[in-house]
Design a protein around this ligand. Structure first.
Ligand SMILES: O=P(O)(O)OC[C@H]1O[C@H](O)[C@H](O)[C@@H](O)[C@@H]1O
Length: 521
């Protein structure tokens, strides 16, 4: 059974939404809070430690109803079921999409269970010092070598859960930039460093090149037989990892039904496990599992990922907003946006529909942002008074982790103040100075979460995973392939031969030829 393929613009609800949009697009809706009783509570969803207030949006009860109808008409419910049932919904690659199976503690697949067990035993030995380096010293540093999904997820989570961390220092090498590799090596001692080579395919150029550079560096101080104590791999491609010189017992398997950008829950999360301990890693998974159950079973009008997806479609396809910002008021979530950029933009950056036809409406949004309050002093001017509409998600936590209540109160005062200022602007105020006039009506979703725990982080990540999937279904695209990335990789092989052979003529394009010539000078 394949995913339903329905052009959203042909649905009845889309047509009604178009008319409805015309009616409300120019309304200054700031005063909905005085006009509608219980506006805030009517547009709020409370679930476990999460409180989503989406009342500061340019939508009414009618908008919500029509958007919910749209979700029904494109058969979102059926699509969700197909994903969780393991149907091959990644049709262009003929694969199921089951990152949710990695955290399904009710019916865990045996291969998932055994990999988790292997991760637990290994990480415990590294943390407690039982696992020794080639000179008998315990491990102090871990280097995760991987790129894209084999880097962004672990890097983000290790940083986000720093509070729960132990003595191990985790480093990440993704870029093939040799300067970065050299800078990282400066602080490392081969006797006490563990390298985790993470590549689902074990064919990614950057990762294989970096892994070889690091192995060569290691072998300047150690003997070939010492490699097994210092190099482990995470991959679907066991044979390629073995060919690199890592023995099977040191390879942590993963499955092809786990997409790279959704793989932090798999053995790709080994560096997370080592950084915060297996128990915290399992809680991260538990949090995601809770969100999975919510996504699967909650009515759409109470369903966090579905609500966020529909609001985003409303701005993207009707208001023609091209981008959306995500601003987390927690320094621990410094790397959330780069992580979400891959998850969201690699998934929904598509212009062919599920029937293989060119699409004539907008799909994937451009996602950007940073942490608050830093963002306020950088680009918030554009949110407040620029000409573009930029719907923004605000993510904040009621409790801080280290105390320091004074700072936390100020942080959160800014968090609340911004959504209010963006919404209200100077509406209804007698401002004589046009430069100091703020239109307001700038939409925001506020996600207030009790505390940054591993479990809540797991739920938060899964929330965005499901949001992007729901959007992909509405847009009638395949969210789980990434053919666009492949072309660049192929061309890079040609440019590398042009560079290595010192022959810019190997390239067809005149501009590229000239640039390579200049580079070779
Ligand atoms: O894990 P690997 O096979 O090395 O792949 C790493 C990355 O490669 C490409 O960039 C893909 O587009 C990503 O989705 C993937 O995460």
């Amino acid at each position: 059974m394949s995913l339903p393929s329905i052009n959203p613009t042909n649905t009845e609800s889309w047509k009604l939404l178009l008319n409805h949009y015309k009616e409300i697009k120019n309304l200054a809706v700031q005063d909905v809070f005085t006009k509608e009783s219980n506006r805030a509570l009517n547009f709020t969803v409370e679930w476990q430690d999460f409180y989503l207030d989406y009342s500061k949006n340019r939508l009414t009860g009618e908008t919500r109803k029509l958007l919910l109808d749209l979700a029904e008409e494109v058969k979102l419910k059926e699509a969700i079921e197909q994903q969780f049932e393991g149907k091959k919904i990644n049709e262009t690659e003929g694969r199921a999409v089951l990152h949710t199976a990695l955290r399904d503690f009710d019916t865990m697949k045996p291969e998932v269970k055994s990999t988790l067990h292997k991760m637990k035993l290994f990480s415990e030995e590294v943390i407690d010092g039982t696992h020794k380096g080639f000179t008998g010293k315990p491990i102090t540093d871990i280097v995760n070598i991987g790129i894209g999904g084999s880097h962004l997820g672990p890097d983000m989570v290790v940083d986000a859960l720093k509070f729960y961390g132990n003595h191990l220092k985790i480093h990440f090498i993704a870029n093939v930039d040799g300067d970065h590799v050299s800078e990282t090596l400066k602080s490392l001692n081969p006797e006490t460093t563990l390298f985790i080579v993470v590549s689902k395919s074990f064919t990614t150029q950057e990762t294989l090149v970096n892994a070889k550079v690091l192995k060569d560096w290691f072998l300047t101080k150690a003997e070939p037989q010492d490699v097994q104590k210092h190099f482990v791999a995470v991959s679907v491609n066991i044979a390629a990892a073995e060919a690199f010189g890592i023995s099977e017992k040191n390879i942590f398997p993963m499955q092809d039904w786990v997409g790279g950008r959704f793989s932090l829950w798999s053995s790709v999360g080994l560096s997370i496990c080592c950084a915060v301990g297996y128990q915290n890693f399992e809680e991260l998974l538990q949090g995601a599992f809770e969100m999975d159950k919510h996504f699967k079973s909650a009515e759409f009008d109470q369903n966090l990922p579905v609500i966020l997806a529909l609001i985003s479609v409303w701005y993207n396809n009707f208001f023609e907003a091209e981008t959306e910002a995500i601003v987390a008021y927690s320094q621990y979530l410094n790397k959330l946006v780069p992580y979400l950029q891959q998850a969201i933009m690699e998934s929904n950056g598509k212009s062919t529909d599920r029937n293989g036809n060119k699409i004539n409406y907008q799909t994937g949004t451009i996602v950007w942002g940073n942490v608050g309050t830093n963002s306020q002093h950088a680009y918030f001017q554009l949110l407040h008074q620029g000409t573009k509409l930029i719907p923004t998600d605000f993510i904040g936590f009621s409790e801080s982790l280290n105390g320091n209540i004074g700072n936390h109160n100020i942080l959160m005062a800014n968090f609340f103040a911004q959504t209010e200022a963006l919404w209200a602007g100077t509406y209804n105020q007698d401002v004589q100075n046009s430069f100091k006039t703020f239109d307001g009506c700038k939409p925001t979703n506020t996600l207030l979460i009790k505390k940054l725990t591993p479990k809540n982080l797991g739920s938060l990540i899964a929330l965005y995973e499901h949001k992007l999937f729901a959007q992909g279904i509405i847009w009638n695209i395949f969210s789980y392939d990434q053919w666009g990335v492949e072309l660049g990789k192929t061309v890079a092989k040609d440019t590398l031969s042009a560079i290595e052979n010192k022959d810019s003529g190997l390239m067809e394009n005149e501009s590229t030829q000239n640039l390579i010539k200049k580079f070779l000078e």
